[in-house]
Design a protein around this ligand. Structure first.
Ligand code: GLP
Length: 261
């Protein structure tokens, strides 16, 4: 696991966007895993800007998102399809038919989850999955207790996740209590994982996930198992990390990061 700390959230977001853009430029038929949440909004704004400036081309990119609420139509302003269209897909030259999220309205939930995993497998797997972290330590909606080998499934959300996300709903109680999520195992199958964590409210969970023992009580800690994970944090989110100085030393001196310093 590689850990990069940037002084501000803006710098962490820009670095994340650049790593994604460089990966797409190196392999135009890219299979990109995506996440939602406030953390990602500026990453998508930066990728949109780069696309308009001719710095990254999404024309052959195919994407799969981590999750979607059960029961929400794509037009619902809190659906993750709506979020993705608004924040990224409508602003770049991606073919919307190449963008995938679980169908929140699917009649057969098990079949929909299996179909989602199959569509990733048929495409040859995800090249890079961008993920965030929830305050419960979740990646996607893999709340505490989710198996590290889980595949895409419908999860009943914990109270912490419900409290974190219901503020976006009107009325708050209308937030669905269940959601599709790619499993921890689905995410670990990606060739590369990039995790972005910003803000001081994430400092405690970031330290537990990155430097604590691996446990299904913090699904993000499973990323420690992955051979190519980069975690990018701002200084506030990194405040509780024990090896901060070492991570900084590596970023400043390892030639592989020279272009990003
Ligand atoms: C939701 C999403 C997660 C995301 C989390 C954090 O629960 N399912 O994928 O990482 O929110 O959101 P935020 O970036 O708003 O803190």
């Amino acid at each position: 696991m590689e850990v990069i700390i940037r002084p501000t959230a803006a710098e962490a977001e820009k670095l994340t966007a650049r790593i994604i853009a460089d990966a797409i430029n190196a392999k135009p038929e890219f299979k990109l895993g995506l996440a939602t949440g406030a953390t990602m909004e500026n990453v998508y704004a930066e990728l949109s800007r780069m696309n308009k400036a001719g710095e990254v081309d999404f024309s052959q990119v195919r994407s799969w998102n981590l999750d979607e609420y059960v029961g929400l139509a794509p037009e619902h302003d809190q659906s993750y399809r709506y979020y993705m269209n608004k924040n990224l897909f409508n602003n770049v030259n991606i073919d919307i038919r190449n963008t995938h999220l679980p169908d929140g309205l699917a009649a057969d939930e098990e079949a929909e989850a299996a179909r989602y995993d199959d569509s990733i497998d048929e495409a040859g797997g995800i090249d890079l999955w961008l993920v965030g972290i929830g305050c419960s330590g979740h990646v996607g909606f893999n709340d505490p207790g989710t198996s590290f080998s889980s595949r895409t499934h419908v999860a009943y959300l914990t109270k912490t996740t419900y409290e974190q996300n219901k503020i976006y709903f009107t009325p708050p109680e209308s937030m669905p209590r269940r959601a599709y999520t790619a499993g921890v195992g689905t995410v670990l199958d990606a060739k590369k994982i990039v995790q972005l964590i910003t803000g001081k409210r994430k400092a405690a969970i970031a330290a537990a996930a990155i430097e604590g023992p691996m446990t299904s009580m913090i699904s993000s800690s499973a990323l420690q198992l992955h051979p190519d994970t980069v975690v990018i944090l701002d200084a506030e989110a990194a405040a509780n990390l024990k090896l901060r100085d070492f991570y900084d030393e590596v970023f400043q001196n390892d030639p592989k990061w020279a272009a990003y310093r």
